[in-house]
Design a protein around this ligand. Sequence first.
Ligand code: F6P
Length: 474
Amino acid sequence: MIVNNKTIIISNRLPIKLTEENGEYKLSPSEGGLATGLGSVYKQGNNIWIGWPGIEIPEERHNEVRKKLAELNLIPVFLTNEEISLYYEGFSNEVLWPVFHYLVTYANFDQIYWDYYKIVNEKFKEAVIANLSAGDTIWIHDYQLLLLPGLIRSELSQVTIGFFQHIPFPSFEIFRLIPWREELIVGMLGADLLGFHTFDDARHFLSAASRLSSSNLSENVLLYNDRQVVVEAFPMGIDSKKFEELTKHEKVAKFTASIKASLKNIKTILSIDRLDYSKGILQRLQAFELLLQLHPEYIGKLALYMIVVPSRDTVPKYKELKDQIDQLVGNINAHFRTINWVPVHYFYRSFSIEFLSAIYSSADICLVTPMRDGMNLVSKEYVASRVHQDGVLILSEMAGASKELNDALIVNPNNIGDIMEAIVQALNMSTEEQHIRMKSMQAIVAKFDIHLWVKNFMDKLKEVKMMQESLHTK
Ligand code: F6P
């Protein structure tokens, strides 16, 4: 019998989430870059994806859910409400998320969060080991599972482990504030290859690791416990072909036509994010408000389409942000609207990929201004969807994507005036200039797509493993 080795993808959340309706479990796609980015990969061959299905499932229904998900190559890790609250909302999103996004004052260094982070990382380890066969490759994703590489390594010293972090890695002066910093670094060093979106993130990790627990062998190779660990930047791409193709679908064309008909001669600025304080949503609204104040000539001629996808709304800082957004949108609309024109079209919900494609195709400007972002795939999705090569991307210099998409209008997200001026520049940009910029960004997005990203990471992981083996046989 020929058994193909598989890749096991592990992330906190599965790419599919469960919701309960009248006692029945329904499946829907998860939000966020990781789920959309890796969606196609786990479906190949006998690969599997291990993660949390998004809600607490009572024990007596675990088997039913296991069966339902197994048909999709997905293996659930069941979390109790206590674990969800203390490991996910607590340590992951009230400690690591704010610190890694440089918002240290938002962090809550609670010992019980840390205790549960360790418990749940152990739980994931058990699930991985239960599904692992000889020759498999383990690929762990993101900050919720920083201890997992080390936990697996301590049981299986030879296994191949890759780790990719989808959010920024902060500079050492920020990272060192975490009370459990050494344990986190040691956990990550259980991997053979550690990937980050940007060279800066990789450099920050190398600096933290070499100060806390390992030694540098060369610029990007660390020595820990007699094992070489390689650290590199792998800027994540999107399924660019899929976004291009989507624009031709009948359903998308219908959506696009109805959006355009509703807008008539109104220019549109698009803003799409998960609800998150790292995304700069309030600052973006302030810039739009400033524009209406300083440039009244745009009143009645310009609209902001703001889609905020619900996320982590049980975490206090997120609830607060939701209230602030609601209030600011209300103020802007109340102040500037006219009888037949609304400045901010605000949606707090998720949309189908077809609707998103239509809105990407319809928007004259896409405004992506996170305060800090690992990569930001929305910016790349907008570029890939502009099949007529028009449209302008305004992009924060704090997003990983700004290192690749140099032809966007690059702004400092803290500088409201700068964002406002970029919007004015975008509104007045000639079609020729739009084409030149868009074409060059499309070439990058098409070339460095999700498939190449996966290939580059996997090829490097193989290379690292071979290098380690050859050193051991010497
Ligand atoms: O990309 C960062 C990330 O936290 C992913 O790990 C996650 O899948 C996504 O954002 C959405 O976040 P959450 O799973 O907390 O809803």
